[in-house]
Design a binder for this molecule. Structure first.
Ligand SMILES: [Zn+2]
Length: 409
């Protein structure tokens, strides 16, 4: 496949590739091309993407702007055809219905995630039920911080689930865990209706949250990985592996130094004609195991685990690379009632582990000691560890939960 057609007139690639931009580029040439960083995407936006095609679309008003949901530092503006996300949803559905036969109507879906922005819309005030059904999909949350959900909020969402009866429930794992926690706390009954499948996406899924969710809804759960920039790319099969949804995307893996099998995920995607992404570094980390095979029916490439973001990498006393995935894998082995947690690196030689518990009760002292030992083992006693149970852990302004906190560094 000749790929120069997609990119030859795009200023950002003319500048980035120089003489490498020849008219016969194919996917095999991706290896030799430099990566596209978030800085490249944003520098002089949207002029860095302006082609005659995009100019025409702007003149004809067939475009929409979108902002990615990262932290303030790495938030990016995007430009794409109107209703582009609907195509992303359609593509996801065509994959999901293969693995979840009960999911027969794409629009029978409810979403529980940040209210700041749920990809297609933002809520500034409280819109009624009907107004929150967009392209047939119901958006449940209207509160910026899920910790602030009142008994009325929880009851409203339960009622709306019963009324809407979504075949597919798509949620941010932390939001859904907080939902179940508050449902229990306020003594609200679970919805009578149970969705046919649960899709977890939007951010890193801590295993403790998955445990909580599983204890409330025994339905098939699949995690999905995607980004606002390129849409959904991986879905989790019944064996727990993440298979590549390969239409119009291509992958490269950039090794992390001194961290075998962990890579930054680089994506090439022509799904958005206004912003064709070439070897775009998502800065998300994946764990690949070249020796393992998945026993499900999907023969496509798969990754074993998402390991968090490269900006959240920390180091042990002997400089070992520690990813968020490493931390979560260790913590999830412990028996305790933790819901959300945060590692606060804002202190000299001290690491504060902040956490909330599902029942708002303190952990037992041996459970606390286990957490301390686990963190000491990971960081090779680099830090003095302090554990603090919080009433709530606040989401970042983006609405997501940053687990690694180190503002001052
Ligand atoms: Zn599989």
């Amino acid at each position: 496949m000749n790929i120069s057609e997609f990119i030859k007139d795009v200023p950002v690639y003319q500048e980035l590739y120089g003489s490498l931009l020849d008219p016969n580029l194919t996917l095999n040439d991706l290896k030799k091309l430099p990566e596209l960083s978030k800085k490249h995407v944003s520098k002089n936006f949207p002029n860095n993407w302006m082609t005659t095609g995009l100019k025409k679309a702007v003149d004809e008003e067939d475009y929409e702007f979108m902002t990615t949901s990262g932290t303030t530092d790495d938030r990016m503006m995007l430009i794409r055809p109107k209703n582009w996300w609907f195509e992303v949803e359609k593509r996801l559905y065509s994959y999901l219905k293969k693995i979840i036969p009960e999911y027969t109507d794409m629009q029978s879906k409810a979403i529980l995630t940040t209210a700041v922005c749920s990809n297609t819309l933002c809520y500034k005030e409280v819109p009624p039920f009907e107004k929150r059904i967009v392209n047939g999909i119901l958006h449940l949350n209207i509160t910026q911080d899920p910790n602030k959900w009142t008994k009325e909020d929880i009851q409203r969402m339960v009622d709306e689930i019963d009324e809407f009866k979504p075949q597919c429930f798509q949620a941010d794992p932390v939001y859904l865990s907080v939902f179940f926690k508050l449902l229990k706390k306020y003594n609200v009954k679970l919805p009578d209706y149970k969705p046919k499948c649960l899709i977890l996406t939007y951010e890193f899924c801590p295993k403790k949250c998955l445990e909580i969710i599983r204890s409330f809804w025994d339905i098939p759960i699949h995690s999905i990985y995607g980004t606002t920039e390129v849409g959904f790319i991986f879905y989790q099969c019944s064996k727990g592996n993440f298979h590549w949804m390969d239409d119009e995307t291509y992958l490269n893996f950039k090794p992390i130094e001194n961290k075998p099998n962990v890579f930054e995920l680089l994506v090439t995607s022509f799904r958005n004609p206004y912003m064709p992404f070439m070897k775009y570094n998502t800065r998300d980390l994946v764990y690949l195991d070249p020796d393992s095979k998945c026993s499900c029916s999907d023969s496509n490439l798969f990754i074993k685990q998402f390991m968090g973001r490269s900006k959240d990498i920390t180091y042990s006393a002997s400089n070992k690379v520690i990813t968020l995935g490493d931390i979560d894998n260790q913590l999830s082995k412990l028996e305790n009632n933790i819901l959300a947690y945060k590692l606060d690196f804002n202190y000299d030689k001290k690491l504060i582990f902040r956490f909330t518990s599902f029942d708002d009760k303190d952990l037992k002292s041996d459970q606390l000691n286990e957490i301390k030992t686990t963190l000491n083992d990971l960081y090779e006693n680099l830090y003095e560890i302090e554990l603090i149970r919080e009433e709530e852990i606040l989401p970042a302004p983006s609405g997501k939960f940053d687990i690694i906190e180190r503002k001052s560094l």
